[in-house]
Design a binder for this molecule. Sequence first.
Ligand code: ADP
Ligand code: ADP
Length: 229
Amino acid sequence: MNVIEAAGLTKSYGKDTTLVEALKNVSFSIPQGEFVAIVGASGSGKSTLLHLLGGLDRPSGGTVRIDGEDLYALKEKERAVFRRRKIGFIFQSYNLIPVLNVEENIMLPLLLDHRQPDKEYIRDLIDTLGLDQRRKHLPSELSGGQQQRVAIGRALAYRPAIVLADEPTGNLDSANGREVLELLKLAVKQFHQTVVVISHDMNVAAEADRVIRMQDGKLLSDTRGGIVQ
Ligand code: ADP
Ligand code: ADP
């Protein structure tokens, strides 16, 4: 079953002289449990695509179905709840809440939904992220690598069906980058989550099940099995 279905997606920004067609009729589907890398030059539409898959923006045309649900047919509020349950986001800017500690930041999506956290899973997750000695620390007391790992913890805490990540290893040194990649792979293997990652990192593209290459707002190629850029 396809957990993500994008059909005829288009997205324009601005108008007249400032008109940019960021996405031009992009269609593909992704089954549950696949690790997909999105690659392509800067400005080719990768972030726009990821935002639309995650319900963070509105397409100019076309549809996104997540678990069969037409994302943009949902009302704004319904979409926000749906998104929090189904999709974990990892951005380059970590978007951590400065007044909440590591544990609280990671559990935030659950707390917002008044869900009981699976304590054992959260503890394991924090351990796997190498943050067990940092549970009670604030984001400002962490290194960049540690903050990125908290953001990943928050994205995984719900064990969402889908994890969308925009350059998750972009700000990290190679050891931390490697660790993050391993965590994402674990999410796919252990929990059969679907991971879609924008990355310039050769390691990520090489280890993905599938590489979608964007060029000038279009899907240039869609290949299976770790094709290196
Ligand atoms: P990528 O992630 O591959 O670098 P983006 O999706 O960020 O590409 O951008 C695709 C195109 O859309 C670019 O030409 C970019 O300048 C334009 N664009 C992206 N976001 C906006 C925005 N909020 N307003 C206007 N133009 C935008
Ligand atoms: P990294 O290699 O992950 O970037 P750093 O060299 O920046 O790590 O940090 C090394 C250690 O110092 C980390 O364990 C981190 O918790 C701690 N640390 C980094 N920045 C701060 C800070 N602003 N306040 C308190 N501790 C910090």
